[in-house]
Design a binder for this molecule. Structure first.
Ligand code: CTP
Length: 402
């Protein structure tokens, strides 16, 4: 599995408190931010909110019992897959069980088996929260590195009020984002990414193609969805698995890619053209395989420049990012000239001297911004470039919309 496929898996544990209903809102907001959430309610919590609600809101099956699918060892699989565990609400009883290392149901088994960051959101009446036993359990858990969010002060279940209220969802989400080192600076933005390399058919078995693997485009899609964007990927001949939460549209040729770009682009806040689009295609392609006797030359015609079309049609609020692959010396200079010629806001120029970069985990080149800045990228992971590039996109989107 690629390393960029980490950082979005959340286990949302739900304890048996009335605040369980507020966790439905928390779940919605986490999903809106592109997180993938597996809900694990305790069986007692089902008195408040049932399995059907959690399954519908999370879009995933919900398990409460340890004794189903035992052959798959689900508590260990879930514990090792998740990037953070949030238990909201956490009851006094759950605090006690977790502090003493009990593992007597599915949720506590996952908790004790995972080395992911853990965030507890206690909600209960002040008498229970302030009870010395509860406070001692909280202190023990904090000592072990568990984040225990301080409850809010305010109205409680009945007429009473005091400390013990379930915090606003946004406060919990901030804790989650901090634990995962993500910010939501692309929240709600529509981002279109092209990835891979187009293939232009010659006959049923042959094509004109290129060596682009789609790794960079998928790393961008991963990071963008992690930062809250709504991401579409037009994927040209990529063999990587689809990214959950990203809409993926497979295409083969430049013309197919162009159709989808025209369809989607008016809605998009940013368009990132990381795909390697073939510059030319055969004038016509044969329905039958061409025998080698007749396969002596291919008449070619130029493909449309998709990026140029995007720039020409772009609205003032849109941010357009191009890619370029160059070899030889003066790569940055060539890239800067291309940024101007193509009229893009940002251009990443890959140094592909010697066929490097294609299909590799690492990249090298310069990230060029239209304000004259350039950011050197020297042998960095494609995920790292994705982060830097999206930092610049977020900055521009912020400016555009101010
Ligand atoms: N691109 C495109 N349509 C094409 C060719 C390229 O949209 N028909 C986009 C790629 O997705 C990428 C950038 O343009 O973002 C790549 O530029 P490059 O191929 O280096 O530029 P060209 O104009 O084709 O320059 P060259 O003359 O060096 O081939």
């Amino acid at each position: 599995m690629q390393s960029y496929q980490r950082g979005r898996e959340i286990v949302l544990g739900v304890g048996a408190g009335i605040a369980a209903y507020k966790s439905c809102d928390l779940l919605r907001r986490l999903k809106d931010r592109g997180f993938l959430v597996t809900v694990i309610p305790t069986s007692a919590s089902l008195h408040f909110i049932g399995v059907a609600t959690w399954e519908a809101l999370s879009g995933r099956p919900v398990e409460t019992e340890l004794w189903n699918n035992v052959h798959k060892v689900p508590h260990i699989a879930t514990a090792s897959r998740c990037d953070v565990i949030v238990i909201a609400p956490t009851t006094a009883d759950l605090l006690a069980r977790l502090a003493s290392g009990r593992a007597d149901d599915y949720l506590t088994n996952v908790f004790i088996s995972s080395d992911a960051p853990k965030i507890l959101v206690p909600a209960m009446h002040p008498q229970m929260w302030l009870n010395p036993a509860t406070q001692a359990n909280v202190a023990t858990l904090r000592q072990r590195g568990v984040i225990v969010v301080e409850p809010d002060v305010g109205r409680l279940t009945g007429e009473d009020s005091g400390i013990g209220r379930f915090p606003e969802s946004e406060r919990i989400i901030r804790e989650v984002q901090e634990a995962l080192h993500v910010n939501a600076d692309l929240l709600g933005r529509n981002i279109l990414i092209t990835a891979g390399g187009t293939r232009e058919r010659i006959d049923p078995v042959r094509y004109i193609g290129n060596r682009s693997s789609g790794l960079q485009g998928y790393a961008l899609a991963w990071e963008a969805v992690r930062r809250g964007a709504k991401v579409k990927v037009i994927s040209a001949n990529v063999t990587l698995p689809d990214i959950e939460g990203v809409e993926t549209f497979p295409v083969e040729s430049a013309e197919e890619m162009q159709k989808l770009i025209l369809q989607f682009s008016p809605e998009e806040d940013a368009i990132i053209m990381s795909a390697a689009v073939a510059d030319v295609r055969p004038v016509s392609h044969s329905a039958e395989k061409i025998s080698k006797e007749h396969f002596t030359e291919i008449a070619l015609t130029r493909n449309p420049d998709l990026l140029r079309g995007i720039v020409e049609a772009k609205s003032a609020r849109q941010v357009i990012v191009g890619f370029a692959a160059e070899t030889g010396i003066d790569i940055e200079k060539k890239g800067r000239a291309k940024l101007v010629a193509k009229g893009v806001d940002i251009l990443y120029v890959n140094d592909v001297s010697g066929g490097a970069i294609f299909g590799e985990e690492y990249t090298e080149g310069s990230l060029l911004i239209d304000d004259g800045r350039s950011i050197e990228v020297i042998h960095e992971l494609k995920e790292t470039l994705a982060t830097k590039l999206l930092d610049e996109v977020a900055l521009k989107l912020g400016y555009v919309n101010e």
